[in-house]
Design a protein around this ligand. Structure first.
Ligand code: GLU
Length: 480
């Protein structure tokens, strides 16, 4: 029983999809899956479908679905079919596809491939524990598989809740060729009959997800490798229904730098968190595409270049570790690629109100290379346009190291209206007998509160003279 021949002989254009459950904000793992699926379709000139898997009504919400659309759009993805834009296979919300599922369930019924299961969660849990204790992989023990017609009828009359299970054939091998992992083989004896309709009447993931992929013409299912063992189940369903089996590409799950699955304790893990933090979509795209996929280009890629660079053959098996330092790197690159207008718009909310356009333009020129996040712009705007009331510990140390005399001299040579900064610093160096960092560091510390930052002279050109004087005077007193 092999699916690879069906998949690889396909002359059709590539159709991929992203099929999230709207039960929370889009996390990075799913954002990466969406991005890779989108790039695969765009690269091949195929179609990218968005399908919302909301069969679990208790956990799904309309708000999360709206947030999902917004987050995907923010990341720069668009789709050719989806709940918000419709398409030839509508609806793209599983809750609205029940009639379709009922039809396909009844086909399985008619073929004798389903049976009702009355086992309670407690009974299933005991059976599971027993199997584990005996060193066997847990699978459904088949308790309700061979109930007689009378036994079934009797339980139904008693009103026992019934799930519907798929009857997995015995002693067969399900094989498929995974795009990332190569040939996979599963023995059906290890699978166990699985639930395709829950006791509440909703269809289970195995079933609705597989049926929808087939009916929507999906040719490549790209998803996390936590779904690898679900795939043989889904292939069995598709074969039983005589529906087309897609190709599968299972990408490594996203991990934190410590090798543990990415979770809240690794910090921001939803796209929304990172966006609120000030990260730009280009930074996320460039980091995420390199997690589980190797790019031929090392540098920053815009959307068109990302599509051009993407290659399904370069999806890899190596663990994909989300690395905030890498994200920072791509953020810097993304900021550097913003036009001046885009940059100004990006940091606008962080600037003090009432800046004239010239001051704003000067500020942007001076600080741009020092800004990775809008909060950095806020900090430099405070240094330049606000009052200096905080000093980094290293800045305080530099001020104290320079001593009171240094700042007394500085006030003499720098603290005058119209001082030409470079000349003045030279004069100060001679008067104080200092040069290099011993000369510049305490000045920078006194005038900005930091020992690092944008070039000093153009920054000071933005400070009113009285403010320069006040800061030097303050430093003189701190140095006593
Ligand atoms: N709704 C499933 C999930 O979010 C989809 C998995 C798949 O892509 O097939 O995990």
């Amino acid at each position: 029983m092999s699916s690879d021949s069906m998949a690889s002989d396909s002359p059709d254009p590539l159709v991929t999809r992203f099929a999230p459950s709207p039960s929370g904000y889009l996390h990075l793992g799913n954002a990466r899956t969406a991005l890779l699926s989108y790039l695969a379709a765009r690269k091949a000139g195929g179609r990218f479908i968005l399908r919302v898997e909301d069969t679990d009504e208790a956990r799904s919400s309309e708000d999360f679905m709206m947030a999902l659309f917004a987050d995907l759009k923010w990341l720069g993805l668009d789709w050719d079919e989806g709940p918000d834009i419709g398409g030839p296979h509508a609806s793209y919300r599983q809750q609205e596809r029940r009639a379709i599922y009922d039809e396909y369930l009844s086909r399985l019924d008619a073929a004798g491939l389903t049976y009702p299961c009355f086992c309670t969660p407690a009974e299933l849990s005991i059976s599971r524990k027993r199997q584990l204790a005996a060193g066997q992989p847990p699978r459904y023990a088949g308790t309700c598989r061979n109930l007689t017609t009378e036994e079934r009828a009797e339980r139904l009359v008693r009103g026992l809740p019934a799930a519907l299970r798929f009857r997995v054939p015995d002693g067969q091998v399900v094989s498929f060729v995974d795009v990332v992992h190569g040939e996979q083989r599963f023995n059906t004896n290890d699978i166990g009959d699985f639930i395709i309709r829950r006791t509440d009447g909703s269809t289970a993931f195995f079933f609705s997800n597989a049926v929808d992929d087939a009916l929507m013409g999906v040719t490549l299912v790209l998803r996390g490798d936590d779904h690898m063992t679900n795939t043989p189940r889904q292939i069995l369903i598709l074969q039983a229904l005589n529906l087309r089996i897609p190709q599968y590409a299972h990408v490594a799950l996203l991990l934190g730098m410590d090798g543990a699955p990415l979770s809240k304790r690794h910090g921001d893990t939803s796209l929304r968190d990172l966006r609120e933090h000030g990260y730009l979509p280009g930074a996320l795209r460039n980091h995420l595409v390199r997690l589980g996929h190797s790019c031929v280009t090392d540098g920053w890629l815009d959307d068109a270049a990302l599509i051009a660079d993407f290659d399904l053959n370069r999806l890899g098996r190596a663990a994909a570790k989300f690395d905030e330092a890498q994200l920072r790197h791509w953020q810097k690159e993304t900021v550097a690629h913003l036009s001046t207008d885009e940059f100004v718009k990006w940091i606008a909310a962080e600037l003090p109100p009432g800046l004239d356009p010239q001051q704003r333009a000067q500020f942007v020129t001076v600080v741009r290379a020092n800004i990775e996040l809008p909060s950095d712009a806020r900090a430099w705007a405070k240094v330049i346009f606000g009052k200096l009331d905080e000093f980094e510990p290293t800045a305080l140390a530099a001020i104290r190291e320079a001593g009171e005399g240094f700042f007394t001299e500085a006030l003499q040579v720098i603290g005058h209206p119209g001082t030409e900064f470079k000349q003045a610093v030279k004069a100060l160096g001679q008067a104080a007998g200092k040069k290099g960092p011993a000369l510049f560091m305490p000045l920078r510390a006194a005038l900005t509160g930091f020992t690092h930052g944008p070039e000093l002279a153009p920054m000071l050109a933005l400070l009113p003279f009285a403010e320069v004087q006040a800061r030097l005077e303050h430093a003189r007193r701190l140095a006593v």
